[in-house]
Design a protein around this ligand. Structure first.
Ligand SMILES: *Cc1c(COP(=O)(O)O)cnc(C)c1O
Length: 362
């Protein structure tokens, strides 16, 4: 896997330019969507990003030492019981999404004898994370629950931002404004609602801080519209063996592909254990010598078989490269052939893909 950190930084700048009134953050959870959270975050820091979002405290702990003190690392999952001390010790900012989170952080502030920063997440209609309406009511009735907590960010998350015409977008925006308006402690906070696709919904959705993820990594966040970003990754494997078949035969597990005429079958050193999903069997395409060729039969754990009948033998011999993503083969197309989305495809790319970074300090 080759990761172009220059393209990544360019995508961040392009998204920042689309929301000029807001600060632009970055979702770098799940190891930077599989690209490597540390090099990704350092490249984004270099481009000007100062707000980084991960899911787990463990992700924040491994990222934090690689970023300067003026970067904030937010943990979206909040404070697991007994971990508040680690947040404080390592300068990590929790996203408080429940009264239990608020209680844990307020009590940590009391114990530390100082004010602690946090983000507060409210549910605006996705029913996944954030304070429920009942919890907001309880908080508004007893604002002292937030004693010792300085809320720097007030956030919520959109369920349907990739579908611009979906009525839930405007409804979530309306509820987000209403709910955050009720919480006095958010008066000085930056409000944040938009993920990548949310940025493309326009200025009404930008508020003061955005949290793009997938678009930074080169995928079009709104498939029905032209992409605002450039590809970032290239994925390559190589050919291990070639079979010349000139009579009816089958290929791979389950005899799931039947060869009829003369065929050259190449075996490629990648499989579902690398995150090249099994669902791509008999459906996906790869590039050999610049041409698109189909996957034949099932994808195995460490191997897959492709049809190189139309590729000159010298260019499809053992050792020759096979492009899985790149040269116009987009992650959207590859993911679609697997019956999934770029998010799942990227975050499943396995450790056996050696990561090579271009255009960064690493
Ligand atoms: C993952 C995530 C994002 C980034 O979403 P993209 O669709 O990848 O841009 C933003 N906010 C929250 C809360 C997230 O979980």
């Amino acid at each position: 896997m080759t990761i172009d950190l220059g393209a990544l930084a360019g995508n961040w700048r392009a998204l920042a330019a689309l929301a000029p009134a807001a600060a632009t953050g970055a979702a770098v959870k799940a190891d930077g969507y599989g690209l490597g959270a540390v090099p990704v975050a350092r490249a984004l820091y270099g481009a000007g990003c100062r707000h980084f979002f991960v899911a787990h405290l463990s992700e924040a702990l491994s990222l934090r030492p690689h970023l300067a003190a003026d970067a904030t690392v937010f943990v979206l999952h909040g404070i697991a019981p007994g971990t508040a001390g680690e947040f404080i010790a390592h300068g990590i900012t929790p996203v408080l999404s429940s009264l239990r989170d608020i209680e844990a952080w307020a009590s940590a502030a009391r114990a530390a004898g100082r004010t602690l920063h946090a983000a507060l997440q409210v549910d605006s209609g996705m029913n996944r994370m954030g304070l429920s309406t009942a919890e907001v009511d309880a908080l508004v009735a007893a604002p002292e629950r937030l004693a010792g907590i300085d809320l720097t960010v007030g956030m919520s998350h959109l369920a349907c931002a990739d579908t611009p015409e979906h009525p839930l977008n405007a409804e979530q925006r309306r509820r987000f404004i209403a709910v955050t308006g009720r919480i006095e402690a958010l008066a000085g906070a930056r409000l944040a609602l938009a993920n990548s696709a949310g940025i493309l919904l326009g200025p009404d959705f930008h508020f003061a801080l955005t949290r793009p993820g997938i678009a930074l990594y080169g995928a079009n966040p709104t498939p029905s519209r032209p992409s605002p970003v450039a590809p970032v990754i290239r994925l390559e494997s190589d050919i291990l063996q070639v079979r010349e078949i000139d009579r009816p035969e089958v290929v791979g597990y389950g005899a799931a592909h039947e060869v009829t005429g003369p065929t050259r079958v190449a075996t490629v050193a990648v499989g579902y254990a690398d995150g090249y999903l099994r669902a791509a069997g008999n459906r996906g395409k790869v590039r050999v010598a610049g041409r698109l060729v189909p996957i034949l039969g099932r994808v195995s754990m460490d191997l897959m078989t492709i049809d190189v009948t139309d590729i000159p033998p010298a260019l499809s011999a053992p050792g020759m490269p096979v492009v899985l993503v790149g040269d116009g083969l987009a992650i959207e197309d590859v993911a679609q052939a697997m019956g999934t989305v770029p998010y799942e495809f990227l975050t499943r790319l396995g450790a056996r893909f050696a990561r090579t970074y271009l255009g960064g300090e690493s």
